[in-house]
Write a protein that binds this ligand. Structure first.
Ligand code: NAD
Ligand code: LMR
Length: 343
């Protein structure tokens, strides 16, 4: 009885954390909705009042997930689609999230997922470009540093690429940075934002602690600073190790993707000043051959309206950026080459 009451209180506070005025009808699709991320993500999107319809697709299990979340008492309609129904799943979808693909096991890097996930993402991108070319595409599948360039190339080949509508989801790095810093400093994560830039794997994840009112208190020569940076960069490994072969982060990732989606929905609904980081085609390091980069961007009714510069960074952070760039370049080129050589 007590547990049931607590869970009702919890879901009310989850709903309250979303703003509540649906202005425009926005259908959201999840491709990979039957998976470890897809299921809790579908749940969180069903709870978001800015979502008017939810389209759940997977090669297995999506109709079951759809039947389940469709009983939740929010207004959105939910439909589930099986393997041969990708076109129906995409029809009319304005925001499309892709968590389809395999996750890591202990000892693997995200790049080790490339051989399997690159073609899954490429094929889904082809379907999107055919059936819903104006959608906002949010890529979760790893390696994000390569899968986002793959999606861009597929759209370019089809002649309908809009870089302002393509987003690699790096929100989990920001969520972790805020949580890890707040646990070191004894602050509330809500009041401990941290800007994280670069990419989404190991050394390409660059937290800018000097820009955080809480983080700047840490001396960048200290052991505390380097172990915090390392934890933010390799936080995903902690979960992979703890799950011991059963996959990688799913619940925290679903939370992060739902958070990003809500920010985008607010912007699509006309809210001004929505700023969030994402891995997207970016001019920031293009002259060094790095054509995609994650930094804070401003969102508007058409997607990304402005890519923010990094702002002032410390010498230690400059070094982190220098370490990130060669790896990022390699990952991006790998994705572009794969898509280029694909039929
Ligand atoms: P999972 O194996 O639990 O789920 C993946 C789902 O994708 C499965 O249900 C599978 O049936 C489905 N799928 C496979 N091929 C498909 C296709 N062609 N069309 C539609 N669905 C398809 O894996 P997971 O734990 O949910 O992780 C998914 C991906 O997300 C992995 O690549 C993982 O590395 C990545 N990930 C990214 C982040 C991030 O921060 N961006 C965080 C965590 C995980
Ligand atoms: C994460 O950061 O948790 C994800 O990218 C999954 C992984 O492989 O670590």
């Amino acid at each position: 009885m007590l547990l049931a009451r607590q869970s009702i209180i919890h879901s009310r506070s989850l709903l309250r954390s979303f703003s509540t005025t649906p202005i425009r009808q926005t259908k959201v699709a999840v491709l990979g909705a039957g998976g470890g991320i897809g299921q809790p993500l579908s749940l969180l999107l069903k709870a978001d009042p800015l979502v008017s319809a939810l389209s759940l697709y997977d090669i297995r299990g999506a109709p079951g997930v759809a039947a389940d979340v469709s009983h939740i008492d929010t207004q959105s309609d939910v439909q589930g689609f099986a393997q041969d129904q990708v076109a129906q799943a995409l029809d009319g979808s304005k925001i499309i999230l892709i968590p389809a693909g395999v996750p890591r096991k202990p000892g693997m890097t995200r790049d080790d997922l490339f051989n399997t996930n690159a073609s899954i993402v490429r094929d889904l991108a082809k379907s999107i470009s055919e059936h819903s070319p104006d959608a906002h595409v949010l890529v979760i599948s790893n390696p994000v540093n390569s899968t986002v360039p793959i999606v861009s190339e597929v759209f370019k080949k089809a002649g309908n690429y809009q870089s302002n509508r393509l987003y690699g989801i790096t929100t989990l790095d920001v969520v972790r940075a805020s949580r890890f810093l707040s646990s070191v400093r004894g602050t509330d994560p809500v009041e401990t934002p941290v800007t994280v830039v670069g990419g989404h794997s190991g050394v390409t994840i660059v937290p800018l602690l000097s820009q955080s009112p809480v983080g700047k208190a840490l001396s960048q020569d200290s052991e505390d600073w380097s172990s915090l940076v390392h934890r933010i960069q390799f936080g995903g490994d902690e979960v992979v190790k703890a799950k011991d072969g059963a996959g990688s982060a799913t619940l925290s990732m679903a939370y992060a993707a739902a958070k990003f989606t809500h920010a985008l929905l607010r912007a699509l609904n006309g809210e001004k000043g929505v700023i969030t980081p994402t891995f997207t085609e970016s001019p920031l390091f293009k002259d060094q051959g790095v054509s995609f980069f994650s930094s804070n961007v401003e969102l508007g009714p058409e997607g990304i309206t402005k890519i923010h510069p990094l702002g002032s960074i410390s010498p230690a952070e400059q070094k982190l950026i220098e370490n990130a760039l060669p790896e990022l370049k390699k990952n991006i080129e790998k994705g572009l080459k794969f898509a280029d050589n694909s039929p």
